[in-house]
Design a protein around this ligand. Structure first.
Ligand code: IMP
Length: 423
């Protein structure tokens, strides 16, 4: 049985949580493969709205097993809060949630280092969620990190102390004004680790291999989006992991020839939270309308998201890098009411028309070239089948499918599980 992937194709916040939740009934296992609590996957069903950060979005389904893979970085303090918030749902989380021994731990000092690093950058700051993601992956690739499996060893506190001491020296080096009480942070951290230890730690690559062999259906759930990928995103304004399809191979131990469907998810427009280039960004009423109607505020930080028209140049790039086999278009309902919709089909790059994403997409180098389409006025939120969609939306979908050469299988028309149109 091949492993299917679900990935965000823009700058994150495409609505992966909702779609994993919708698709989960078809899968036995949902596995997160990268990122950490910088992610905020929002699920809405039965009048409930719930945000997950590290725990896979299959947790609400009775029969799905959830795995936090080796590529993920885990903050025990946030993880404990997530577990606490799930208590009211009586989900038997203990038997439904397994954690890779090879996943890395976010220490309190990683969070402090993130804050110190961002503060030292001044105007050039990345706009990090300050969850300690970058410093934790730095320790991973620097071969200094602490892993979940270390918690099963008797000397883990010693390892912790050595690493935290090193971090304190690094924080001092940044020479910025960061106030903290490490003893207080550590109290929380050690308590949370005890809670984390109540869950099952597994050799997840072996577990997934055996599950696959026995015919289990597995969905790998991505976090963030392709344009935040450490290699292929808008570097340095990116996150610190491979958010693209290859990240699922390294983040779960699944071989490339075992990947099946690659489900790419995008919004009918574009948003970005944090700093960095965004060629189709709007600074006018249209952008404000998208932000207001789409309720565009970060699920993790609450920060307002920047909004703009759909960027097909960037979307094509993401489709290619990931080998997307089917697409899911989110938030089509948010575009209801615009007379005209714009789609960026090329860039004017230093005077030349180009149709690929160049090395440098800062505003001074790139001006978007738009195609215009007629908008739709209908309220889509009550629609439940593809034949109800207005002709103008159908034309929008046809145009995208022709340009991207990949079918759009799902159109989402609202945040709830039920507001999902399958094509
Ligand atoms: P970090 O990964 O928290 O350090 O953030 C690096 C960049 O990625 C910042 O611009 C963040 O706003 C962005 N980012 C990180 N996680 C997410 C996410 O889940 N959705 C959208 N943007 C994100």
């Amino acid at each position: 049985m091949a492993v299917d992937l679900l990935l965000g194709l823009q700058w994150g916040d495409e609505g992966k949580g909702k779609i994993v939740d919708v698709l989960t009934t078809g899968y036995d296992i949902i596995a997160r493969f990268q990122g950490g609590p910088n992610a905020g996957h929002t699920l809405e069903f039965d009048g409930i709205k719930h945000v997950l950060h590290t725990i896979p979005s299959g947790i609400f389904h009775k029969n799905a097993l959830n795995i936090v893979g080796n590529g993920v970085v885990i903050d025990p303090v946030i993880f404990k809060k997530e577990l606490d918030a799930l208590k009211k749902f009586n989900l038997d989380v203990k038997s439904k949630l397994l954690i890779s021994r090879k996943a890395h731990l976010i220490l309190p000092t990683h969070r402090l280092l993130d804050a110190a690093s961002e503060a030292s950058k001044g105007k050039a700051k990345i706009g990090s969620t300050l969850k300690g993601i970058g410093p934790t992956y730095m320790d991973k690739t620097g071969r200094n990190g602490m892993r979940i499996g270390d918690l099963e060893m008797s000397d883990w506190k010693e390892k912790y102390r050595n690493l935290a001491n090193k971090h304190e020296a690094m924080i001092a080096y940044y020479n910025v004004d960061i106030q903290y009480d490490l003893a207080e942070l550590e109290k929380d951290f050690f308590e949370s680790i005890e809670e984390l230890k109540q869950l099952s730690f597994i050799d997840s690559e072996e577990y997934l291999y055996q599950a696959q062999k026995s015919g289990k259906k597995i969905l790998a759930e991505g976090a963030q989006g392709s344009l935040l990928d450490i290699d292929f995103g808008t570097y340095p304004f990116v996150t610190s992991s491979n958010t693209t399809a290859a990240g699922a191979c390294t983040g779960l131990g699944v071989a490339p020839n075992q990947i099946g469907d690659v489900k790419g998810i995008f919004k009918a427009y574009t948003t970005r939270v944090g700093s960095g280039p965004f060629p189709t960004e709007l600074f006018d009423e249209d952008g404000e309308t998208m932000a207001r109607v789409g309720n565009e505020f970060g699920a993790t930080t609450g920060r307002p998201r920047r909004c703009g028209w759909l960027d097909l140049v960037a979307l094509k790039y993401a489709v290619i890098i990931n080998g997307v086999t089917e697409l899911m278009m989110m938030k089509a309902d948010v575009l209801s009411g615009f007379d005209t919709l714009k789609i960026c089909t090329a860039y004017n790059y230093k005077g030349d028309k180009i149709e690929h994403l160049p090395f440098n997409i800062e505003a001074e180098n790139v001006t978007p070239i738009y195609s215009e389409m007629k908008g739709w006025k209908e309220d889509l939120t009550k629609m439940s089948s593809a034949d109800q969609l207005p002709d103008t939306l159908q034309a929008y979908i046809d145009f995208l499918e022709k340009e991207l050469e990949v079918p759009i299988k799902i159109v989402s028309v609202g945040p709830d599980r039920t507001q999902t149109i399958h094509r």
